[in-house]
Design a protein around this ligand. Structure first.
Ligand SMILES: C[S@@+](CC[C@H](N)C(=O)[O-])C[C@H]1O[C@@H](n2cnc3c(N)ncnc32)[C@H](O)[C@@H]1O
Length: 195
């Protein structure tokens, strides 16, 4: 799966700075965090409800008991990443996860999400989601949203959109549906900059 790490890591890298304290909220194996630590010199912390047997052991890991609470103080991280984590929560609780990310982020939140555009893409997305998550026991409610629906939710949390990019990833899903990268700034970061 190193092809996936390269593809995703290269998209995320321009939004990170060397030395950043990075929270990987819903980290899974943590391989993307490890890629970023090596290539961009960030300091990742992994957090997840599920403890993957094959997770990167060299990175700090916060085992979560509550999906809406990461045990860390407000703005404890420069950047919070939510990579393909939100759609593993039911529709009605996704906003709470975004709220928790906003509490923890000092400068920005980076979200990557599956954003299928057509019925055919949605079918492919469901199939890949099932296959890729089965062995780790991660719930797959298939609660995908459109780009506009995510944007509306981020706005409700006062998050300013500093960047958005929709594309068809090559790995591992062979360009069968779209992903979208959102770069968001919490209100507290803007207050700090203007002070
Ligand atoms: C598809 S995996 C993606 C893993 C990793 N971010 C990546 O892209 O390689 C989704 C992960 O998010 C985690 N997750 C989803 N919702 C979560 C929540 N509310 N709190 C903590 N972890 C969550 C799941 O347990 C799972 O490990």
């Amino acid at each position: 799966m190193f092809l996936r790490e390269n593809e995703i890591g290269r998209r995320l890298a321009p939004h990170l700075r060397p030395g950043d304290r990075l929270l990987d909220y819903g980290a899974g194996t943590g391989r993307i965090s490890r890629w970023l630590a090596k290539r961009v010199s960030v300091h990742p912390t992994m957090a997840d409800l599920v403890e993957y047997g094959n997770r990167c052991r060299e990175l700090p890991f916060l085992k979560m008991e509550d999906p809406f609470h990461v045990p860390a103080p407000d703005a404890a991280f420069d950047v919070v990443m939510l990579l393909f984590a939100l759609h593993h929560n039911p529709y009605e609780s996704q906003s709470k996860v975004v709220g928790e990310a906003a509490r923890l982020a000092g400068r920005s939140i980076v979200v990557l999400e599956d954003t299928p555009r057509t019925r055919a893409e949605w079918v492919m997305n469901v199939a890949w989601d099932k296959v890729l998550n089965l062995r780790h026991g991660v719930p797959t409610p298939f609660s995908f949203r459109t780009v506009h629906e995510w944007q509306a939710m981020f706005l409700e949390h006062g998050l300013r959109e500093a960047g958005v990019e929709t594309y068809r990833p090559r790995w591992p899903t062979l360009m069968t549906y779209h992903h979208t990268l959102f770069v968001l700034e919490p209100e507290s970061a803007r207050d700090f900059e203007s002070a």
